[in-house]
Design a protein around this ligand. Structure first.
Ligand SMILES: *Cc1c(COP(=O)(O)O)cnc(C)c1O
Length: 470
């Protein structure tokens, strides 16, 4: 007689064979990842078609599932754990964080309350306090562990919305927007798209954002910021997603704070400059802001699904995000769901905690400054090879164009072709962007695994691509 599905699953948990198989494949992948082409081959992409199968009606062998995932899936990944992926702002993976994630995958903790996972709750408290020390934030700052900066920005603006309305005797939670006093959302013209998304989702309306002009690096122009008062929510950024530039917090945050405005800092990747002795001048003055969004999965190189909302106004954050239900019993200890929009949530703090514990303050400093040094190296070598660098490389971002005189209307196409050539070489991966109405090639150095040789090798790919296209 065939075993029932339930009997099979008990057996799978006991025998561990499946996990051994997955481990074997994972190791094969890791061994290959450093040297393989960064982007999947067209063959690997074509093979993805095989996954379009009809819904299985009965059970499939688990070993076959894992095998299919490895044989079709692994080659169709973008090699992001190696050192030559420079798209988006991605970050590699800290080995001990990955190992900690593996272990805790078996725990499968749900984390809304201390009662549902004491270990998660404890690690959240510890990590919260470590983050405050690392980033130089007020001791009272609380942290919520969310999926990424998109969600962290939502949380920061939600807390701001709650507090600013409350200061005008309006409870946004119960009274909503209709008939509410006016709250003004003010941001630099180079604010990240997720800020605009949050403005839409939270009912501010993206058309109502008051945009402030920026300088040639994308920094908000202080003298263009309208006079601030207690109706204002100002969004600044630590790390422009193209140029890596930082707003001038020391001249803005304190004054905004004194005027009764709320300041949120989008520091998705750049806030980590605050943890680096030689770069922390970039974040001077952030301690006067009210909320901060930052990722673990970018600059800090934790595995994905790691964003953090930091808020100096605990009461506002909790009130903005809190949910109630007869079966939810908040305790004396930290209940994580008070600080996040989600209720059920995986124990993502584990990867962050293990990365910080492994690196320590000094290791984080070394990690961040190395990204900066590799970016500067990239820019220098490209300049020597006759490319033009359009931004001041203050952090990890480099914006590149070609020096050859090309008619303006042909430039987007030529740069696109060069970029495609680089991508198809498999040597490295870079994307394109627009900077001051010009098309550019955009580089983000954000993996600990990027070596000096990786940079030199990638610059060669740039030269080859230029030679092939022009
Ligand atoms: C990546 C990024 C975001 C969005 O963060 P996710 O973690 O991808 O949700 C927001 N702002 C900036 C500046 C970013 O670089």
């Amino acid at each position: 007689m065939n075993k029932t599905i339930h009997q099979q699953m008990f057996q799978q948990m006991q025998s561990k064979q499946l996990f051994e198989q997955a481990k074997q494949y994972a190791y094969e992948y890791a061994d290959d990842a450093l040297e393989r082409n960064v982007y999947p081959s067209s063959q690997a992409l074509n093979n993805l078609q095989q996954l379009h199968e009809p819904l299985p009606l009965t059970t499939t062998s688990p070993a076959a599932i894992i095998e299919q995932l490895h044989h079709i899936g692994s080659p169709a990944t973008v090699s992001q754990i190696a050192g030559r992926y420079f798209g988006l702002v991605n970050g590699g993976v800290i080995p001990v964080s990955l190992a900690a994630k593996w272990l805790s995958d078996f725990w499968d903790q749900n984390t809304p309350l201390y009662a549902t996972s004491p270990i998660n709750s404890t690690l959240e408290s510890v990590t919260e306090s470590w983050l405050n020390t690392l980033l130089g934030l007020p001791k009272s700052t609380v942290a919520g562990f969310v999926s990424g900066s998109s969600m962290a920005i939502m949380c920061g603006l939600s807390a701001a919305r709650y507090r600013l309305f409350q200061n005008h005797n309006w409870d946004i939670n119960t009274q909503g927007f209709q008939g509410a006093p006016r709250i003004r959302l003010i941001a630099g013209k180079q604010a990240h798209g997720t800020v605009v998304k949050a403005a839409s989702l939270l009912g501010f309306g993206s058309d109502n954002i008051e945009w402030v002009d920026v300088d040639d690096q994308g920094r908000i122009l202080i003298e263009q910021i309208p006079p601030l008062d207690s109706h204002c929510l100002l969004v600044l950024q630590a790390g422009n997603v193209n140029s890596g530039a930082f707003d001038d917090f020391s001249h803005i945050c304190k004054a905004a704070n004194e005027a009764g405005a709320w300041v949120h800092i989008d520091g998705a990747f750049g806030l980590w400059a605050a943890a680096c002795q030689s770069l922390k001048h970039l974040t001077k003055g952030i301690e006067y802001a009210h909320s901060f969004s930052v990722d673990g999965h970018k600059t800090l190189n934790t595995p994905y699904d790691s964003g953090i909302i930091l808020c100096t106004d605990k009461d506002a954050l909790i009130n903005a995000l809190q949910a109630n239900g007869s079966y939810i019993v908040y305790g004396e200890q930290r209940d994580g769901m008070l600080y996040t929009p989600e209720m059920s949530r995986r124990a993502r703090v584990i990867e962050l905690w293990s990365a910080i514990k492994y690196l320590g303050a000094q290791g984080i400093d070394d990690l961040v400054v190395a990204l900066h040094h590799r970016a500067v190296q990239f820019a220098d070598e490209l300049k020597r090879a006759g490319f033009i660098i359009l931004n001041n490389v203050v952090f990890n971002q480099v914006l590149v164009t070609i020096a050859e005189p090309i008619p303006t209307q042909d430039k987007p196409h030529i740069l696109q072709q060069i970029t495609q050539h680089i991508q198809q070489s498999g040597e490295c991966w870079v994307g394109t962007s627009t900077w001051q109405n010009q098309p550019v090639i955009r580089i983000s150095v954000c993996s600990w695994a990027t070596t000096e040789e990786d940079i030199t090798r990638s610059v060669s790919a740039f030269k080859d691509a230029r030679a092939a296209v022009i």
